[in-house]
Write a protein that binds this ligand. Structure first.
Ligand SMILES: [Zn+2]
Length: 282
């Protein structure tokens, strides 16, 4: 199979540096996905910045999203790519940093993930699922949510699930079932990468994720005792009870997403928004 490429003119969204890059035509031939996210790592377009470019199936650039995480912490200071060896840095090299944020998001919020693998990809489904389990608290482990698709021809992919993350091992992301920015994942990865010890990195991720889940559980306990509650009252209650700084809007949305994906959709509808109520009156 000869591979043909489409040339895309890419502009760094931070500093304006311009460079043409080649993307395999096959990436665009899968119409059902709509917009594709392509990760542009450091040095692909710009020596200083990495980002995501949103491209439609005609190959037209529709937008950019910056990735702020410091790359100095990720630079591969060792060339450990031993078969079967798996750690955060190696996974980032394969999936790209945004691919890792997406896989973590899928794991926490219980979205199935489909990975379209290339021939060089060494890791098994079982291994990836067990790494995914390792960053969750024990009660949320064991569900096999990561699937590897062997077929290299993406036109043959049969994933009907609109709720699935679909990405490949060449830093293309075909479908993300959420609209939130992956800020939480960026923060916890940045913190974990400051640590050298590979096992400690996963433990730290698990701690940060467990804290979010703890907040979600406490939120559920409040919701179960009321008919409805305003967002701002809820945030104050949860923050006070757990002695944490006031939960931001962004974090509250994560908590809601966690509850509706993992616990109950119904209970989330008890949370009311004063602004929304005001707008519905006028
Ligand atoms: Zn730049």
């Amino acid at each position: 199979m000869t591979e043909s490429y489409k040339v895309l003119k890419i502009i760094c969204p931070t500093c304006g540096k311009v460079k043409n890059i080649n993307i395999p035509e096959a990436v665009f031939s899968q119409k059902k996905f709509g917009t594709i996210k392509i990760q542009i790592p450091i040095n692909a377009v710009c020596p200083e910045h990495q980002f995501i470019v949103f491209v439609d199936t005609k190959g037209i650039v529709r937008g950019y999203e910056k990735i702020d995480i410091l790359m100095s912490t990720i630079s591969p200071e060792t060339g450990m790519q031993l078969a079967g060896r798996v750690n955060l840095r190696n996974l980032i090299q394969i999936f790209g940093i945004y691919g890792i944020f997406s896989l973590i998001h899928a794991k926490i919020f219980n979205y199935p993930a489909y990975i379209i693998k290339d021939d060089d990809f060494q890791y098994s489904e079982a291994l990836l699922n067990s790494i995914g389990d390792n960053i969750l608290p024990e009660t949320y482990r064991g569900s096999k949510t990561i699937n590897i698709i062997e077929d290299p021809d993406i036109n043959k992919i049969k994933v009907k699930d609109k709720n699935a993350l679909i990405l490949d091992t060449a830093q293309h992301i075909f479908q993300t079932p959420w609209t939130v920015k992956l800020k939480f994942e960026e923060q916890i990865i940045e913190r974990a990468l400051e640590i050298i010890d590979e096992e400690e990195q996963l433990k730290l991720l698990q701690q940060d994720i467990t804290q979010l889940i703890k907040e979600a559980h406490y939120t559920v306990s409040i919701l179960e005792s009321v008919d409805q509650i305003y967002e701002d009252d809820l945030v104050v209650k949860v923050s006070k009870a757990l002695s944490i700084k006031k939960i931001s809007n962004y974090r509250l949305n994560l908590i809601k997403e966690f509850i509706s994906r993992n616990i109950s959709k119904r209970v989330v509808t008890k949370i009311k928004n004063r602004v929304g109520e005001f707008l519905s009156v006028i």
